[in-house]
Each structure stands twice: as structure tokens, then as C-alpha cells.
Design a protein around this ligand. Sequence first.
Ligand code: 5RP
Length: 222
Amino acid sequence: MSAQDQLKRTAAKKALEFVPENAYIGIGTGSTVNFFIEELANSGIRIKGAVSTSKATSELLKQHGIPEVPLTEATELPVYIDGADEVNHSLQMIKGGGGALLAEKIVASAAEKFVCIVDESKYVSRLGKFPLPIEIIPAARSLVSRQLLKYGGSPQLRLNFTTDSGHKIIDVHNMPINEPLKLEDELNRIPGIVENGLFARHPAHVLIIGRAEGAEVIKIGG
Ligand code: 5RP
């Protein structure tokens, strides 16, 4: 396993401490979450069921015998566990590198607590080095790209990729992100944009950073 994967696993394992027994939990998408699913399966913690955010996560849950439930059935969702591409010191994030941002934002917004798990390379003082993923209606691709150019970034269609919902993704490189909350709301008002990968309106409540010396836990408000 690479050193970075080891740090992802360190964060994923620590997240088990935030999983309540006999409750529904939300589970995101990505390589860090894949470690979490493995750790959960081996932990002996019994959950009522997991709300998945992608076909890839659903497949892994099935392989590990963890029951999946649709969001409509999860009457209460005390916790949502997911990775991020970047997370800043206010626990606002860029997500969507794996292309599951739409379902991730929906399930995260339904949960009481968002626990974000990352390796230390993802913890940044300023968001935007990672290209900002934007999920769009395919037919609006040129229209949306022209609008995005006005924000100063460089939009690039993610090639050979369609989201689980049948949409396309534009990755905006070098996007100046001075006010994440304002930008998140503004982008979602552009016709043709389904959702964007800024998670500022729904930041994480808890951040677990995998470091060589162990897991660091940061909570908003201390
Ligand atoms: C998927 C995501 C992931 O959380 C993000 O891309 C991080 O992935 P990884 O854990 O593989 O680094 O937002 O849409």
C-alpha cells in the first residue's frame, strides 16, 4: 500500500468512532471511503443500513454484506462519512473528483453530522488548487462553459465520463475561490448547472486527517 493510502486508511479507521450502532449512516464515494467501508465491515459495528452515493459505493457495500437503504427510507441520518479533494480550515470542501458530487451533496445535507476523512495532503489554507468539478446538463455544455469563463477559471470537459445521473462534468482549473459560500450559490444559479463541487453551505462538522503520526480530529467550534 502507498504511503498516501496508509494515511487514508488511518483517517478511515478513526471515523469508526463516529458511527452509531443500530442507526442509518450516509456513505460517500472514493478511495478513502473504500477504506472506510472495509474497516466498517471488519469492525463488528452493526448499523441498520447505509445510504450510498454512487454505484461504486453500492457495489462495495454489497461485497462486504453491508445493507443499503434508499435515502427515502432513512428516516434519521445521524452521520455522513465522506472524503474530499480539498478541505480548508473552516472545513469547507471541494468535492467531486470522483464525479459523485450531486448525490454526495444531497445525502450530506440530509445528515446531522458530516465527518470528512482525508489524508494530510488535502488539508489546505485556500481552496482552488484542485480543479472545481461542476455537474451539468450535457446539452448546456458550451453555454455553461462561456459563463464559467467570466469567473476567471479555465473550464475543461471531463472526457469519457458520465455521472450516475447521466450528466457531464466540467472541471474548472485555477478557479479563484475568494468567497466559497457566495460562489457555491452563484454557480448553482447558472442555467444548465445541476450542482457544483463546493461544499461551503454544508461544510464538514468533523475533519479527520490521516497523518504519519496518527489521526488528527478537528471539530468546528473546538
Ligand atoms: C467523489 C468525491 C471524493 O470524496 C473525492 O474525490 C476524494 O476521493 P479520494 O478519497 O479517492 O481521494 O468527492 O465525488
